[in-house]
Design a binder for this molecule. Sequence first.
Ligand SMILES: Cc1cc2nc3c(=O)[nH]c(=O)nc-3n(C[C@H](O)[C@H](O)[C@H](O)COP(=O)(O)OP(=O)(O)OC[C@H]3O[C@@H](n4cnc5c(N)ncnc54)[C@H](O)[C@@H]3O)c2cc1C
Length: 373
Amino acid sequence: MAKRHAEIVGAGFAGLTAACALAQRGWSVRVHERGEALRTTGAGIYIYENGLRVLESVGAYDDAIKGAPFAHTREVRDDRNRTISVHRWGGSRVFSIVRQTVINALAAAANRAGVEIVTGSVGAIVSTDGELMLAKGEKRKADLVIAADGSNSRLRDALGLLATRKYLVDGCTRLLIDKTAEERASSDGATTVEYWSGSRRVLYTPCSETDVYLALTMLDSDDVAKATPVDKDAWKRWFPHLETLIDRIGPDGRYDRFDLIRLKRWSAGRVAVIGDAAHALPPNIGQGGGCAMMNALSLSVYLDREKDIPAALETWERAERPLTEHTQRISYWLGLPTTWPPAVRALTLKVAGRSKWLVKQRTRTALHRPTGT
Ligand SMILES: Cc1cc2nc3c(=O)[nH]c(=O)nc-3n(C[C@H](O)[C@H](O)[C@H](O)COP(=O)(O)OP(=O)(O)OC[C@H]3O[C@@H](n4cnc5c(N)ncnc54)[C@H](O)[C@@H]3O)c2cc1C
């Protein structure tokens, strides 16, 4: 059989994972990234057992976790800095990692597999028979085109695949700060701490030998809290016990509003949509990237099993979509307490942290063994 060819638009977690997985299964693959370099925003990322298995499968694991601390415990603290729940990730892996390290690791694996990555190349229009038109006017014919162009995907929208896009009430500013000498000396892995104050949260996570990842979460209507550079005086008023931590914040930081995306279908003819373009979700259980990578890898597995491309894409969606939708639901529900009165929220989070059933629902995606691993 002649070598099959894929054109992929977007070199994020989804696009690069798909590129590695297809090239490793004998496809010729070209990836188009609109940026002039493979740069990712968003500071740090948690990658759980499921995503780590995908990284292993595509040969990017060792580079991705280099220097990243093993995140063994997650604590939640209420408005008075009292611990209300502690979750230990016994028996499964979680790493908190600098995002760029993961992208570099995936890009290196893609290069080793013979993928061509073209930067400064913008995908503009795609047709269901597998023709991709670039913004510069060139046309590329492929057996398969993959839209991995993020939550604002123009390829997806041009195909009319979007069913719903719900903007949520909250959003988040993410940034990295330098570790102190004491934090650098700690060799005890990473404890993540989520501090609450009203509708605002500070999530603290060591994520490399030199960096701490901070995620400041707030209502989208909270202009003071979502301002960048971060208004440190305001955040110190809301979190007086975190004054020295907040003082370490520099001028960088990126704010994003959370959203939830559902498609009518994940494919049309010879075009597949993956990652945030297909199923963006709020980050309350840190699984957007995990689902993006799982679905990118499984796509290549189904294409290997079934040579008829549209049929393979349908089987892939039928098999993989239910877990992604479960993940979206859980992540959405876990964001609801943001707007609740602090006492009700603290009680709910306490009960939720102790309920075996709820913990099982929350960790189902992380503990899932992805197709192809
Ligand atoms: C606050 C926050 C915290 C999060 N934390 C976690 C976490 O801890 N763990 C986790 O797993 N997930 C997390 N996520 C989710 C995760 O970031 C996303 O799910 C993931 O980045 C999706 O990857 P992607 O490749 O689909 O899209 P993206 O990362 O958006 O990549 C899309 C790529 O396509 C490129 N592109 C766009 N349009 C075009 C075009 N027309 N032509 C060419 N290139 C194009 C972009 O430049 C970009 O490089 C978080 C999200 C947020 C908002």
